[in-house]
Design a protein around this ligand. Structure first.
Ligand SMILES: O=C(CO)[C@H](O)[C@H](O)COP(=O)(O)O
Length: 185
C-alpha cells in the first residue's frame, strides 16, 4: 500500500496551476561533477513540485570527483525505500546507470528522449532514471524527470514476465530458459 506521503496528489505544473495526476514522491538524487548543476536544479524543481528530494551528493562541486560513491548511495537508498524513485546524473548518464544497476532491486533506465523516459516506467517499471547532463538542456532533462515521475508502470503481463526474469536472475544467478521453439546454440 502506498504511504500517506505517496498518496498526496501534487500540482507539478505550477505555472498554470494544472493538477497533474501524480503522487508526491520521495526522490533520491546522486551525480558527479558533470551532473552537479543539473542535480541541484532538479532538487529545487522537485521541491517546488511538492516532492521530497533527498540529495545524496556531491554537496560541493569537485571537478575530479567520481560518480560511483554518490550514484551508488542514491541507488541503495532508492532500493531500500520501495515507494521512492531515484535520479542519477553524470555527463553521459552511462556510468551512472551502470552503477545504479549494480544495486540489487534497482532498475535504472538511461533516458535520452521524452519517449525513453516514459518507457522506462511504462515497460520497465524502472525505479531509477539516469540522465546525461552534458547531453541535454536543463529544460529537456527536467521534462524527462517530469515524465518519469508521472508515467505509471503499465502492468502488462509480458513486461512483468520479463522484469521477473531479471529479478530471478539477480537473486539466484540462474539464467532464464531459452524458449523451446528457439534453436539452441
Ligand atoms: O558520464 C560520466 C560517466 O558515464 C561521467 O560524468 C564522465 O565520464 C565524467 O567525465 P570527466 O571526468 O571527463 O569530466
Amino acid at each position: 500500500m502506498p504511504s500517506a506521503l505517496a498518496q498526496l496528489p501534487v500540482p507539478l505544473d505550477s505555472a498554470n496551476g494544472r493538477l497533474c495526476n501524480t503522487f508526491r514522491m520521495r526522490v533520491y538524487l546522486g551525480s558527479d561533477h558533470a551532473g552537479y548543476d543539473l542535480k541541484n536544479h532538479l532538487v529545487q524543481w522537485l521541491k517546488e513540485a511538492g516532492h521530497e528530494p533527498v540529495d545524496c551528493g556531491p554537496l560541493i562541486y569537485d571537478a575530479v570527483d567520481d560518480y560511483p560513491p554518490f550514484c551508488l548511495r542514491a541507488a541503495e537508498r532508492t532500493a531500500a525505500d520501495p515507494e521512492s524513485l531515484g535520479i542519477v546524473i553524470g555527463g553521459s548518464g552511462n556510468g551512472e546507470a551502470i552503477a545504479a544497476n549494480k544495486v540489487k532491486g534497482v532498475r535504472a533506465a538511461l533516458a535520452w528522449s521524452e519517449q525513453t523516459a516514459a518507457l522506462g516506467r511504462e515497460h520497465n517499471n524502472a525505479n531509477v532514471i539516469s540522465i546525461g547532463g552534458r547531453m541535454h538542456t536543463e529544460d529537456e532533462a527536467t521534462k524527462f524527470v517530469e515524465l518519469f515521475l508521472n508515467t505509471p508502470y503499465s502492468g502488462e503481463p509480458r513486461h512483468t514476465r520479463r522484469i521477473e526474469m531479471l529479478s530471478e536472475y539477480e537473486t539466484t544467478g540462474e539464467l532464464p530458459p531459452i524458449p523451446a521453439h528457439h534453436p539452441q546454440g
